[in-house]
Design a protein around this ligand. Structure first.
Ligand code: B12
Ligand code: SF4
Length: 585
């Protein structure tokens, strides 16, 4: 029988919108894997009675994207227990200001706080000096945790319980093995706050590539580490016991996970022989179709959608950021291969590479619409994220970057562009969403999907959600959810808390006008789908993106960029080159 309780409250902070309200929803769209990882680690310590037989470790976990954090109640619970702490989990750079605002309130009540995640890990890994906001956290008495938690939480808990925690725990130089590492898990009540009851796990960490805008390689390393098929099966079974079988596999690039085949085989076995209704969302690279059997096995294992880091179609931009592995002449084959397997594709596209101009971006988006069979396209600003080589270079050269970390969400301009003013870069971002999600193009995407046999309801929902998130709610789809909440009292410090008499009528009007816009968009897209479905010739629809890429040697759009492709890079020969005599080269 436990004689005392050590209370752990894990919070995954959100961040502020342009009006200073915390971005949160009734249901969020994507689960937080960082929260699942930390919950799993804490639960393991609770089961092992890390703090002694007579101490119960009691854990609560909240994602602020779908839950309003009751700071006073959390303080009461920890104070009442007599010991414990608040863990600010998986804090990215854009969430760091919000995390600090939460931490200030807990520290004012003398509650211990630990902060971990990519911002502190990225800053400590790349910058020679302590970044000022991390120093602010330390000055508040917040404990900073850099590196990964696996294998380190028991000793942290003992230090916290003894109130003898160090200011900084830095495990960046000692990355834990993933084989047999603690499994990420969240209790069912936390997962039901995610639309579609998706949960997550990472089947591996680290990436062998070296894109200069990426933080992952500098935090999780360039050597890939993997979970075993047994561990993945254990994650699936533990979740299935609570009725959850949909997973977002958060590996940045599951196709480079050396255990991909063994893991997919195990998932196929669980689906086909043991009747687990597994659904998977995977992140993959643009060369995955070259791996024999990868796409087919992913589809059999329950993969219904993939996120692909397309990033750009201009080879010059890709070379400039060392994304050499993206070969544009492979894009169409790759996208068609996923279509053939009835898997929806979400592609990320970065705006603001050094040679980009408003005209070149507008041209490239038209090329994509015409020539690449992508379902959902999402746009990002090229952003110098703390932890990336790009950020380090700017800091070391003393180039000004926006000091407000809240803006490092890939939806804001954070540094100067060589060819575009801040305003024109911002306009380019806003226009990109409008340019891609025209009704005519939405119809084209639906027509291609009907021919491919892709789930139409899922496609319709995604088209509405991804276009509406940016164009109606003004937030990126990756931080979107259903039914926006704005809590009057949780406004960014420095901005006034609006009087209730003014706030609630404004909020009612705001919610109603946004709701109507959603309704109009949903009805419009539904009408388009109905029209497509009613077309007697729908099965014979064909356009350029659906034609074989290699029919005439190279895609039409590859010709546009042919001069930019390095000769050493394995691109197919162009007609003109092929005709040249060998001596002339
Ligand atoms: C899945 C994912 C998402 C998911 C879920 C978020 C999540 N955190 O789970 C979604 C789609 C929502 C998402 C969104 C965004 N993401 Co994201 N995402 C990822 C991804 C691919 C995996 C995250 C993950 O699960 N990692 C594994 C976990 C276990 O690692 P971890 O968070 O670092 O946690 C470990 C340690 O840090 C430590 N730790 C963490 N917290 C704590 C707390 C305590 C108390 C302790 C002791 C230890 C500790 O222990 C943990 C276990 O080892 C990462 C890249 C990556 N490889 O990590 C990018 C990444 C985190 N995302 C990033 C970005 C920029 C975003 C977005 C802003 C942009 C965007 N539009 O994509 C949005 C933000 C919106 C939002 N509200 O979150 C950047 C962050 C970089 C930075 N410096 O901030 C990353 C690193 C990718 C990149 N481009 O470089 N993302
Ligand atoms: S952006 Fe993706 S492919 Fe490039 S280094 Fe990062 S994780 Fe790897």
């Amino acid at each position: 029988m436990a004689r005392r309780t050590f209370k752990v409250i894990l919070i995954k902070p959100s961040h502020y919108d342009a009006d200073g309200y915390v971005i949160q929803w009734w249901r969020s769209l994507v689960p937080s894997n960082s929260l699942a990882s930390m919950y799993g680690l804490m639960a393991e310590c609770a089961a092992a009675k890390t703090l002694g037989e007579d101490v119960a470790i009691d854990i609560e976990a909240y994602d602020e994207c779908n839950t309003t954090i009751d700071v006073r109640s959390a303080i009461r619970k920890i104070t009442h227990a007599g010991s414990g702490f608040v863990g600010l989990v998986g804090v990215q750079s854009n969430q760091f200001p919000r995390a600090l605002d939460l931490a200030r309130q807990f520290r004012a009540a003398d509650v211990q706080v630990v902060i971990g995640g990519f911002h502190v890990s990225g800053c400590l890994s790349m910058l020679p000096d302590m970044q000022s906001d991390v120093q602010t956290a330390l000055d508040l008495g917040v404990i900073v945790f850099a590196g990964e938690g696996e294998g380190r939480i028991a000793s942290l808990l003992r230090d916290m319980d003894a109130k003898q925690a160090k200011p900084i725990y830095n495990y960046l130089a000692d990355l834990p093995e993933m084989a047999a590492a603690t499994l990420p898990i969240l209790p069912r009540w936390a997962v039901t706050r995610i639309a579609g009851h998706y949960t997550s796990f990472d089947a591996g960490r680290g990436c062998p590539f070296q894109c200069s805008f990426c933080t992952i390689i500098n935090v999780q390393g360039r050597k890939s580490r993997y979970r075993t098929p047994d561990d993945v099966e254990a994650i699936v079974r533990a979740n299935a016991e609570q009725g959850i079988t949909r997973f977002f596999v958060t590996d940045d690039n599951f196709a480079r996970n050396k255990n991909w085949e063994a893991i997919l085989d195990r998932l196929i076995e669980l689906r086909e022989q043991h009747k687990f209704n597994i659904k998977l969302l995977l992140q993959v690279d643009t060369l995955c179709h070259r791996i024999p059997g990868f796409i087919q096995k992913a589809a059999r294992a329950g993969c219904t959608a993939v996120f692909i880091g397309l990033e750009n179609i201009n080879p010059e931009s890709l070379m400039g950021t060392k994304k050499r592995q993206n070969k544009i002449w492979e894009y169409r084959d790759m996208l068609q291969a996923w279509k053939k397997a009835k898997v929806m594709t979400y592609a990320g596209y970065i705006l603001g590479f050094p040679t980009d101009t408003p005209q070149s971006i507008a041209r490239d988006i038209e090329i994509i619409k015409k020539e690449l069979p992508i379902d959902i396209l999402e746009f990002f600003f090229l952003t110098p994220l703390p932890g990336s080589e790009d950020h380090k270079n700017l800091v070391m050269r003393g180039v000004p970057t926006d000091p407000d970390m809240n803006k490092y969400d890939l939806e804001h301009v954070c540094t100067a562009h060589p060819l575009m003013s801040k305003e024109s870069w911002e306009r380019v971002y806003a226009d990109a969403w409008t340019q891609y999600y025209t009704d005519a193009h939405v119809e084209k995407v639906m027509r291609r999907a009907v021919v491919a046999g892709i789930n139409r309801t899922k496609l319709l929902d995604s088209l509405v959600a991804f276009s509406g998130a940016a164009l109606i709610e003004g937030v990126h789809p990756l931080q979107f959810g259903y039914v926006r909440r704005k809590v009057r009292t949780q406004r960014r410090p420095g901005l006034p808390v609006v009087n209730p008499i003014l706030f609630y009528p404004w909020r009612a009007y705001d919610a109603l006008s946004v709701g109507l816009k959603w309704l109009r968009r949903a009805l419009r897209y539904r009408a388009i789908l109905k029209r497509v479905e009613a077309d007697p010739n729908k099965a014979s629809y064909v356009d350029e993106a659906m034609q074989p890429a290699s029919a005439e040697g190279v895609d039409h759009f590859v010709e546009v960029f042919a001069d930019k492709i390095p000769k050493t890079h394995g691109a197919p020969l162009r007609h003109a080159e092929a005709a040249e005599p060998a001596m002339a080269k």
